[in-house]
Design a protein around this ligand. Structure first.
Ligand SMILES: CCCCCCCC/C=C\C/C=C/C(=O)SCCNC(=O)CCNC(=O)[C@H](O)C(C)(C)COP(=O)(O)OP(=O)(O)OC[C@H]1O[C@@H](n2cnc3c(N)ncnc32)[C@H](O)[C@@H]1OP(=O)(O)O
Ligand SMILES: Cc1cc2nc3c(=O)[nH]c(=O)nc-3n(C[C@H](O)[C@H](O)[C@H](O)COP(=O)(O)OP(=O)(O)OC[C@H]3O[C@@H](n4cnc5c(N)ncnc54)[C@H](O)[C@@H]3O)c2cc1C
Length: 631
């Protein structure tokens, strides 16, 4: 059968709610989500086996996007699909993959790494996997409360299997973190297996259908062959065969960080669509006193809030794809035994994941605020998009922790530059900065990109100098590093911003040669707006580290305001071009037809508090007090 994914899925009635999700209890929400998850899983399996085929073009983001509409929240199988299978595909041996990656597998899995006591510092993970050569098994064990696994999505009620990150022990020697496949619930009854304590962690700010859970092992035995053995092996006699690089086990985090950039682009496009469409419908006060009330989109300050969101969505889409391609290249190299590009990919993924999640959540919140009071309604969908987006600042590597990873990379290159050693081409600007080869400031995208590189160099130098000073004062390296950590994270943020500007500008210029002239003009305006916005946001840094002058900043401000005016006529067209269906957007404020007030009233009528003309609480609680007072 040939289908169009969107149309096919959108026509499955059971996937759509009569009662808005917000009116359900915690338990009902989960049960509703899991019902839908398995309808979707069935379709995905049919796609996989070829029983149905699709006619539309699929990218990782638009497959995901349909799910956003169906769940309004999170698919409880998100980690099963997004992390469990992909980790097996990336880290299991060929034989293990043949056994486990069956389309009709009974396994519903999750990725179990974080513990109550340890999230960021994963070397501190306490769960153990001890090899017992007499039975050819690993014994998984949770030694204390802080070692309980805590957070994994789908673990609470749904998963019957999981990939567990645990410290590997063989004959009393710890070999560090490794990944093991463990069954945790009976495939038939779904009851926890003996030695497994598992449950759900309770309500959260968002992700309330994600079924996040806890898990403890009481000397739970699994076969030796359940350790993921593509990169590292434990042989029958207990011999440990080391991986080619000791961080290959962290590969799933790397891949997810890369994938997240594109997902955040998509969340931004949803928020921008809602806020821009609403701003075209909403009228509030005239601009000139003799005029009718104007669309709020005509207020330049409103444009300032919204157009950067449109532009940022494009930035993260472009940079997400750029990173996806880099990941593909580096993975192919690793497959050939060449690990040379892994540190760079890790450094890029860390800072870009950190900044994209932080920017996306700030901009989604900005869109919500830009919709005034109505943006505060759940029916606008902006609160849910925010709750979802802001979680990404923490999961898959917390913001600051990831920026500090990238800082390690920057400091290495600064040290080379400071010691006048050869640098790779992409860090040649460190040497220029040291030699004070400063370019004359240019008020152009290229000039801003150079300016941002000067900020990276200046901030890395400042952090490096502080680090050295702390070391000279007799501090241990780790302590000296901690003391310099504010400056180190600042350098990393600057590095991410310079990459975002450079990649986006170059890719847009290239793309512009391939599209119509009129489209090219709009795309370049958006890219220029993005660069100008950040140059103005960071003008203090530019003044510190580049040759920009006060006059240049004033000229940038004028050009920025000119760009807002140029983009205004295309603003609605630009968000329509994101092509997000109403069923997926789930917003009274952002629907294509602009019937904002009608939709708000329709949604309000679904409130259970409107079911009875007089709520029974009146008779129980209000009347006895108010009537008594009257007497
Ligand atoms: C369409 C699909 C979309 C999917 C979207 C899914 C969204 C789902 C929603 C939620 C799921 C959430 C899941 C999770 O959160 S899983 C748990 C994630 N946890 C983390 O990310 C923990 C963060 N911490 C770490 O990654 C590490 O602890 C660390 C990197 C901060 C430090 O590790 P450690 O072993 O202590 O490192 P060292 O200090 O010993 O060494 C640093 C050294 O290692 C290099 N390195 C670190 N990580 C990697 C890597 N991944 N790849 C390559 N190299 C790595 C690092 O560069 C240093 O090198 P050096 O400077 O040369 O020494
Ligand atoms: C919605 C959601 C879904 C999740 N899903 C999963 C999942 O499926 N599987 C899973 O295994 N985990 C999951 N997690 C857990 C997640 O990966 C961790 O919460 C995350 O890695 C951060 O770790 P933490 O909570 O221990 O924070 P902490 O590390 O305790 O961070 C707290 C604070 O300490 C600071 N800090 C910590 N270390 C340092 C340092 N070295 N230097 C400077 N500052 C530091 C941080 O910057 C932060 O400000 C999920 C989390 C959330 C919120």
């Amino acid at each position: 059968m040939m289908i169009h994914t969107n149309n096919y899925i959108l026509n499955i009635k059971e996937l759509w709610d009569d009662v808005p999700e917000e009116y359900l209890s915690h338990k009902e929400r989960y049960e509703n989500a899991i019902k839908k998850a398995f309808i979707v899983l069935k379709v995905l399996r049919q796609l996989h086996t070829g029983n149905i085929q699709i006619t539309d073009h699929r990218t990782p983001t638009n497959v995901y996007s349909i799910q956003d509409g169906i769940f309004r929240n999170v698919n409880p199988l998100l980690i099963h699909i997004g992390l469990f299978w992909s980790t097996i595909a990336a880290q299991a041996s060929t034989e293990q993959q043949a056994e486990w990656l069956q389309p009709d597998s009974s396994m519903i899995g999750t990725y179990v790494q974080t513990e109550l006591g340890h999230g960021s510092f994963i070397r501190g993970i306490e769960t153990t996997a001890t090899y017992d050569s007499t039975t050819d098994e690993f014994i998984l064990h949770t030694p204390r409360l802080s070692a309980y696994k805590w957070w994994p999505g789908g673990l609470g009620n749904t998963a019957n299997a999981c990939l567990v990150m645990a410290q590997l022990y063989i004959n009393g020697t710890c070999h560090g973190l490794h990944i093991f496949l463990a069954q945790i619930r009976d495939f038939d009854t779904h009851k926890p297996l003996p030695g497994i304590k598992v449950g759900e962690i309770g309500p959260k700010m968002g992700f309330n259908t994600a079924d996040n859970g806890f898990l403890g092992f009481d000397n739970h035995r699994i076969p030796r062959t359940n350790m993921l053995m593509k990169n590292v092996q434990v042989l029958r006699d207990g011999t440990y065969v080391k991986p080619k690089h000791d961080k290959l086990t962290y590969g799933s985090m790397l891949l997810t960080r890369v994938t997240l950039i594109s997902d955040l682009a998509y969340q931004l496009s949803k928020a921008a669509t809602i806020a821009v469409r609403y701003s075209a419908v909403r009228r509030q006060s005239p601009i000139k006193s003799n005029e009718p009330e104007r669309q709020i989109l005509d207020f330049v300050s409103q444009q300032h809030k919204l157009f950067i969101t449109i532009a940022s969505s494009h930035v993260y889409r472009v940079v997400g794809l750029w990173m996806w391609n880099s990941h593909k290249r580096v993975t192919a190299d690793i497959h050939e035994g060449n690990m040379g590009q892994l540190p760079e990919l890790h450094a890029l993924a860390c800072c870009l994941k950190a900044i994209s999640s932080r920017d996306a959540s700030a901009l989604v919140e900005q869109c919500r605020l830009a919709c005034g009071g109505h943006g505060y309604m759940m029916a606008s969908n902006l609160p849910q998009i925010y709750a979802y987006t802001t979680a990404a600042v923490t999961y898959e590597g917390e913001y600051t922790v990831l920026l500090l990873q990238t800082a390690r990379y920057l400091v290495k290159f600064w040290r080379l530059a400071a010691e006048h050693k050869p640098l790779p081409q992409n860090f040649a600007y460190f040497e220029d900065y040291i030699k004070k080869n400063f370019e004359q400031w240019r008020n152009s995208p290229e000039g801003i990109i150079e300016g941002f590189k000067a900020i990276v160099a200046g901030k890395t130098k400042a952090a490096y100098d502080t680090l050295q000073c702390n070391l000279r004062n007799g501090r241990e390296f780790e302590e000296a590093w901690n003391m310099a950590s504010v400056q180190l994270t600042n350098a990393s943020e600057a590095y991410a911003r310079s990459l975002l500007c450079e990649v986006f500008w170059k890719e847009t210029v290239q793309l512009s040669t391939k599209v119509s002239k009129s489209l090219a003009i709009v795309l370049e305006q958006l890219a220029e707006l993005y660069l100008m916005y950040w140059a103005l946001e960071k003008h203090g840094d530019l003044l510190l580290y580049s040759t920009i002058s006060r006059n240049d900043i004033e000229a940038l401000q004028s050009r920025y305001e000119e760009l807002l005016a140029l983009i205004r006529p295309n603003a609605v067209g630009l968000v329509d071009a994101f092509d997000i269906r109403d069923e997926v957007l789930c917003s009274t404020l952002g629907a294509y037809d602009g019937r904002v007030y009608e939709r708000m009233m329709e949604e309000a009528s679904k409130s259970p508090l409107n079911e009875d003309v007089v709520n029974e609480s009146f008779h129980k609680y209000i009347r006895p007090v108010t009537m008594k007072n009257k007497l």
